[in-house]
Design a protein around this ligand. Sequence first.
Ligand SMILES: Cc1cc2nc3c(=O)[nH]c(=O)nc-3n(C[C@H](O)[C@H](O)[C@H](O)COP(=O)(O)O)c2cc1C
Length: 148
Amino acid sequence: MVTMNVLYTSTEGNTKSFVEKLKTVAESNGNVLLTKNIGDETEYEIETAPYIAVVPTYLTGGTGTGPDVTEIFTNALGDYIAYENNRQFLKGIVGGGNRNFNVQFDLTGRRYAEKFDVPLLFEFELRGSIFDAEKVYNLMKPLFGGES
Ligand SMILES: Cc1cc2nc3c(=O)[nH]c(=O)nc-3n(C[C@H](O)[C@H](O)[C@H](O)COP(=O)(O)O)c2cc1C
């Protein structure tokens, strides 16, 4: 049995729905997926085990990808990862978004992967599908010591 940890944030519920799909897939394969929703009111904790982070994109400041375009709503998750040594246990990012945002699709996921120097494992739209969840499950399991 493999235990996997997921940190995520979700303003409108789409990312939460995707993480629940991931949990369903993990449990149907006899494994455990522990989730933690990080929001503005979450107390910082020191992480002591590997995790992946699932983050949607909300931006302000324009339509491009330059430095003037900054994240809103998701900052608490980024700050949590940057807290103390938490980033050392981050194994990868899964980014959510909406392709209607064109070049800004999943920009926060891409930025987190670069900032924390971990792979961007997968990008999904809105609530994602069960097929997306299966792909992410197969990509993340080896990061937690499971067979690929
Ligand atoms: C105000 C607003 C701005 C958004 N900006 C982006 C964006 O820049 N890029 C993107 O890929 N998706 C963008 N989205 C889409 C969200 O990332 C998408 O709906 C996501 O599934 C929301 O996740 P949540 O329901 O877990 O909060 C935006 C949505 C809203 C409401």
